[in-house]
Design a protein around this ligand. Structure first.
Ligand SMILES: Nc1nc2c(ncn2[C@@H]2O[C@H](COP(=O)(O)OP(=O)(O)O)[C@@H](O)[C@H]2O)c(=O)[nH]1
Ligand SMILES: [Mg+2]
Length: 214
């Protein structure tokens, strides 16, 4: 069956982007969201303090530990994890709503989140790991983010090898030499994943009609 735009109906997919802190994932996500209207961001909840420039409800839903635990206990989270002393989680409702209306959802989450989503929905998932071009570049990017204290930068640097060790758990690997190239590569992955036969649930009827016409 075709949807109202005349396109073949398809299931929405879940695109996961992970990387060590400072490899450029959040920038890549932002550019992708600006350029593709069929994908929207899963806005996570977090107990981490808001950075200046971040908007509550857009970058994250910022809440305290009590509120976080309340959502967790009510089973309102698709996955959750502790990252750098703070808790993060993916609210389930928004994701289900998007997927069922044929929209794709982008997840900026860590490897712990990717593992849990894979358990819950392997067939709907495409995962991408972004590597920094070098350790020096990773350090430079973390330091240039003026918002974090030296301690926070050092803690994030120390955790990078651990994060990076999870690269083999992902479907696609991008080395972020250049932001524009990396965004184009994520767009190419998304385009191919959307064309997967199993995701194009309207194909059966579409092809049937093609054949009947003769
Ligand atoms: N598992 C999981 N990880 C998340 C979630 N939201 C964000 N993260 C990850 O937590 C890490 C820290 O994110 P953040 O505090 O925004 O700092 P960043 O490293 O500068 O992006 C990043 O690797 C995010 O991808 C979530 O809902 N679940
Ligand atoms: Mg980020």
């Amino acid at each position: 069956m075709a949807d109202t735009s005349g396109r073949i109906e398809r299931r929405g997919l879940m695109l996961v982007l992970s990387s060590p802190s400072g490899a450029g994932k959040t920038t890549i996500s932002r550019l992708l969201l600006e350029r593709d209207n069929d994908i929207s961001l899963s806005v996570s909840i977090t107990t981490r303090p808001k950075r200046s420039g971040e908007v509550d409800g857009m970058d994250y839903h910022f809440l305290d530990l009590t509120e976080f635990n309340l959502m967790l206990n009510r089973r309102e989270l698709l996955e959750h994890a502790k990252v750098f002393d703070h808790y993060y989680g993916t609210p389930q409702g928004a994701v289900e709503e998007a997927l069922s209306s044929g929209r794709d959802v982008l997840f900026d989450i860590d490897w712990q989140g990717e593992q849990q989503l894979k358990q819950a929905a392997r067939n709907d998932l495409a995962s991408v790991f972004i590597l920094p071009p070098s350790t020096e570049e990773l350090a430079r990017r973390l330091q240039s983010r003026a918002q974090d204290s030296a301690d926070v930068v050092a803690a994030r640097m120390a955790k990078a090898p651990d994060e990076i060790s999870h690269w083999p758990e992902y479907d696609y690997i991008i080395v972020n030499y250049d932001i524009e190239d990396s965004v184009a590569q994520v767009q190419a992955i998304l385009a191919a994943e959307r064309l997967k036969r199993e995701r194009q649930v309207g194909l059966m009827d579409f092809v049937k009609r093609l054949r009947e016409w003769q």
